[in-house]
Design a protein around this ligand. Sequence first.
Ligand SMILES: NC(=O)c1ccc[n+]([C@@H]2O[C@H](COP(=O)([O-])OP(=O)(O)OC[C@H]3O[C@@H](n4cnc5c(N)ncnc54)[C@H](O)[C@@H]3O)[C@@H](O)[C@H]2O)c1
Length: 311
Amino acid sequence: MRGRGHVPIGDALRVRASLDRRVRVWKRLVMPEATNRPLAVVTGAAGGMGVACAAALAPRADLLLTDLDRSKLEDAVRGTKALRGARVEIVAGDLAASSFVPELAERAHARGGVRWLVHTAGLSPAMAGWSDVLEVDLAATAVLLDRLGPRMKPGGAAVCFASIAGHLGTDDPAIDAVLDAPLAPDLSGRLRAAVADEPSPGIAYLWAKRGVIRLCERLAVSWGARGVRIVSLSPGLMDTAMGRLELVGSPGKEPLLDLVPLVRPPAPGQSRLPGRADDVAAAVGFLCSDAASFVTGCDLRVDGGLIAAMR
Ligand SMILES: NC(=O)c1ccc[n+]([C@@H]2O[C@H](COP(=O)([O-])OP(=O)(O)OC[C@H]3O[C@@H](n4cnc5c(N)ncnc54)[C@H](O)[C@@H]3O)[C@@H](O)[C@H]2O)c1
């Protein structure tokens, strides 16, 4: 006869195994830092190219996804097959708000540091006034790199989204001097003081993206010494919500469609815009891999040859 409280050893082991299983599931759901997969941070992850980049990295990284709006991020994760089974953490916030980037950096630190940073968040000229375009696309990018840079792990890489617009300006040393100090206070005020007329949002976008390309090239030197790579990526005319909005908002873009040298049969549902989010996601997949371990300090144009044709 068994005494009160006596549990056969077989039962005890089964209970223990079941408890261990539950703890493992709990850790996976509640403590994403418990995994040892590399961490990828993707900004603008509710946007057209951001979500495609997150999906490209999902098979080999844990994801920390951020964008302005939590419910849009949740919709993006739910609506993207590659993200449904992935280990995803969502952090919503405005990258241009002074408190948010430090919070994101702390989150990344708590997760053991960042292997890959894919920064796609941005405003286009049709979305905001010139100073907001400059502050979000350039100043906030500089703050993000400044705060997350020290959290990047050796062997890691950052890919910052610029634009073909960043290749279209002319050299102006006074403007470049302002663009090259994006962390100094009042970027838009300093830029306004350097030019005669108030800039349009389109000109501010061109400058901001030029500033991003130059910033990544400069940072590649100090980051390289720590074994971390950084590149900018310049998409062309891409079929995303932003691309479509710009096509309607800037009729001057229409003729550019016919200049793109690489012509492909359109994908199902694709608009007249020739670039696809998957095109940049594939490039990001390469840049965020050991196959690109000697690639840093450059800008990669993913534009079907448009800039080449315009020169
Ligand atoms: N679509 C194009 O044709 C095109 C061409 C060249 C460059 N780009 C650049 O590529 C990047 C991605 O573009 P997309 O087409 O995926 O655009 P998108 O509008 O679909 O996505 C951009 C995302 O950034 C987020 N965002 C904007 N401001 C933010 C802020 N302050 N804080 C946090 N998140 C913010 C938006 O909410 C949005 O989800 C952008 O930087 C854009 O400038 C786009």
